[in-house]
Design a protein around this ligand. Structure first.
Ligand code: ADP
Ligand code: TYD
Length: 208
């Protein structure tokens, strides 16, 4: 068993199946008897709620404002004294988050310099770097089909053109930060079960 609790972040473009995999990994942890805290971004906080409204088109904001809101939401996600991720780790729980700062690097650098986005999230990266970022890589066309099949409406960033750009940005961010981040890449174009088995195999190595 790992000596210190793990913090694992799932990443991928919309429709990649990362929420499905985050939940399956949490269930696997529970079956193995590991205490676990599941969380996600944008969060349920007041800031996260404003972000959701923007994503759903209920209110408008400049892309720079959106990027800053995500950075603020993330800091509260990490540092909140009652239920923040650092608090959960301190209590001895493993933490799995559906999205973390690589989402900001990938989504907001469609609209601005990636360096700016990385700098804006520096307090988060300095406070808490994931033991592993699990990147579920899926063709954008497949993601769009999954989104259309399973939902009546789409959100702000869910177009094929944008998802192609976001995917390229993930690649660029992984390359830029390869010396400081532990990124585990998983081919998410396969069945849910096969992907989950690969995720669990990778995580078992972290638990050793
Ligand atoms: P994300 O969190 O990346 O947007 P979800 O986990 O919500 O993705 O999955 C998006 C949709 O695709 C859901 O309806 C889900 O059931 C389906 N899905 C997830 N993983 C797969 C997979 N490996 N193959 C086919 N469909 C999948
Ligand atoms: P999410 O609810 O995970 O959407 P999905 O399950 O469809 O992948 O994330 C909502 C949207 O927020 C998604 O389009 C990605 C975007 N996002 C950012 O633009 N920046 C961020 O920092 C984060 C965490 C998410």
């Amino acid at each position: 068993m790992a000596k210190t609790p793990l913090f694992i972040a799932f990443e991928g473009i919309d429709g990649s199946g990362k929420s499905t995999q985050a939940k399956l990994l949490a269930a696997q942890f529970q079956r193995e008897g590991f205490p676990i805290y599941e969380t996600f971004e944008p969060t349920k906080s007041d800031i996260g709620t404003i972000i959701r409204h923007i994503l759903q088109g209920k209110r408008q904001a400049d892309e720079r404002t959106i990027a800053a809101l995500f950075a603020a939401d993330r800091l509260d996600h990490i540092l909140n004294a009652d239920n923040g991720i650092l608090k959960q780790l301190e209590l001895g729980l493993h933490v799995i988050s559906d999205r973390y700062y690589f989402s900001s690097y990938a989504y907001h650098s469609v609209h601005m310099d990636m360096d700016w986005v990385i700098q804006t999230n520096a307090q988060s990266a300095n406070s808490l770097r994931p033991h592993a970022t699990i990147y579920i890589d899926v063709h954008p066309q497949t993601c769009m089909e999954r989104i259309r099949q399973n939902r009546d409406s789409t959100e702000l960033y869910e177009t094929l053109d944008n998802l192609n750009r976001v995917r390229d940005n993930y690649e660029q961010a992984f390359l830029t930060l390869e010396n400081v981040e532990n990124v585990i890449r998983i081919d998410g174009n396969r069945s849910v079960e096969v992907v989950a088995a690969d995720v669990w195999h990778a995580v078992q190595n972290l638990l050793k």
